[in-house]
Structure formats: C-alpha cells, structure tokens
Design a protein around this ligand. Structure first.
Ligand SMILES: Cc1cc2nc3c(=O)[nH]c(=O)nc-3n(C[C@H](O)[C@H](O)[C@H](O)COP(=O)(O)O)c2cc1C
Length: 246
C-alpha cells in the first residue's frame, strides 16, 4: 500500500486494534498535564454568568463564516474566559474518583486529550505572550513572553498573518497517551474527530460575541511544535484558530 492516508484508515480499523494500555492494566494518564506551580496562576472570570450578546443558535449557525481579518478592538478577559469554556470548559467529573471529565465538547470515551495553548496578542488585562489554559481550575498560566513568538508562529504557518493580527490564537495540543491509553492506534482517529468539535464550538462562540475565527490546518508541524516546546509525538499541535473582533 503506497498511500499513507489509505494505510492509516486501514491500519486503524477495529480488527487491527492491539491490546490498549488500559487493557494491559497500565495506569491512566492524568486528566491534565502538570505545570510549573511556582509560576503565578491567573484567575479567569467565571463563565457561569456570561450571556453572549447574540444567543440565537440557529442564527449563529447561519451567520458563521471563516473570518481572517479583525479589528483592533481587544477581547475582554470575560470574553476569553467564555471562549475557553465553550471549547474545553470542564462541567464536572464522571465519577467520584475523578477518572474523567465532562466538558462542553464531546470526546471519544471522555478522554479529552487536548491542552489549550493561547498566543495572546490583544486581550484586556493580559500581557501578550504564550499562556496555557488550566481547564480543571479554569485558570491561565503564562509560559513564555518572547517578543518574537507571534512572528515565529506566523512564519511556521506559511505566513498566515491572522495568527498575529488576532486578539488571541488558540493552539490545541493533542496529548496522545490520554487517548491511546484506551483505544490504542485507533485513538489517533478520535483525536482528529475531537478537534473538529472544539473548532466548531469556537466558531459559534466567537460569532456570538461579535468576533470571528478561522480554522487553520496549514502549518509546518515540526516548526510549530518546536516553537511551542512539544516533542511532536507524545504531544503535538492538532489544530489552531485565531480569534478577533470583526
Ligand atoms: C480542517 C480545516 C483546515 C483549514 N485550514 C485553513 C488554513 O490553514 N487557512 C485558512 O485560511 N483557512 C483554513 N480553513 C478554513 C476554510 O478555508 C473554510 O472553512 C472554507 O473556505 C469555507 O469557508 P467558511 O468557513 O467561511 O464556510 C480550514 C478549515 C478547516 C475545516
């Protein structure tokens, strides 16, 4: 078989599924990656009381388009908090042992294998830089503030300048073990399926606050992963989306 796409489909069919780590009794990976707890953690406004200006789902679905140009108006921290909640917000635990989370998006087996990194360019109350969303606590932690980070990430995405012109760009990172622990190689399919749900929620949520987004899958994997400090195998960027006011 010479076509890697077809080979991927073939070899991830159920009949090829090996014994998963879960079936082998390997310990479940944690629900979230560790982070440097000596760094300050930034509280986000609670999304519970945030009602978007436009709350009409039918209308939002109809209105949605990929938006690649944004105004200079910043996003507020409330709006960013709401977008994070819509894309990866944790609503509760599956059981008292906290073995899995339920979130605002579906995920195969409730594995929820993504971490969200944010390139913040223009959000009220946040210094520009790279942040990580701590979904379990609904907080942010800052990872990097190198001034040329946005330019590097634009460059790695074949000069798609919207990554820098947006108020914030979401980078979803797949933590493969969290999915393959249960599903073995077939889990790779589920990572890509899960990313679609997250991306679409961002489209609709952005629309509901007078903002726009554009899914991006055209980027140099190795360079983007390297810039973000990811090994590209255990953790890799699966999808990205800049968001800005229209
Ligand atoms: C998986 C995926 C990858 C995409 N990658 C890019 C991209 O790298 N750059 C870009 O400008 N648009 C990208 N888009 C946006 C599409 O071009 C857009 O959805 C399409 O033209 C239809 O327009 P609409 O979203 O306004 O309906 C992507 C969309 C999807 C779903």
């Amino acid at each position: 078989m010479s076509n890697i796409g077809k080979e991927f489909l073939e070899k991830t069919k159920y009949e090829y599924r090996g014994k998963s780590d879960q079936e082998k009794g390997v310990e479940r990976p944690p629900l979230e990656l560790e982070y440097d707890r000596t760094r300050p953690v930034i509280d986000l406004p609670s999304p519970a009381g945030f009602i978007p200006p436009d709350n009409r789902l039918r209308q939002l679905i109809d209105q949605r388009r990929s938006i690649r140009q944004y105004s200079d108006d910043p996003l507020s921290l409330e709006e960013l908090s709401y977008l994070l909640w819509c894309t990866q917000g944790v609503q509760g635990m599956k059981d008292t042992e906290a073995t899995a989370t339920f979130r605002t998006v579906p995920s195969a087996g409730a594995r929820h294998a993504f971490e969200t990194l944010l390139l913040v360019n223009n959000v009220d109350g946040l210094e520009p830089g790279l942040y990580r969303f701590l979904a379990l606590d609904h907080k942010l932690t800052k990872l990097d503030s190198a001034p040329d980070l946005a330019d590097q990430l634009v460059d790695a995405a074949f000069n798609q300048r919207m990554i820098k012109n947006a108020s914030v760009t979401f980078f979803w990172v797949a933590v493969t073990k969290r999915m393959t622990w249960r599903y073995d190689v077939r889990g790779y399919r589920f990572l890509f399926l899960d990313a679609g749900h997250v991306g679409q929620n961002l489209y609709l949520a952005a629309e509901s606050i007078g903002a726009g987004t554009c899914a991006i899958a055209a980027y140099d994997d190795n360079r983007t992963n390297r810039i973000l400090g990811l090994d590209g195998e255990e953790q890799f960027v699966i999808y990205l989306s800049p968001v800005g006011k229209k």
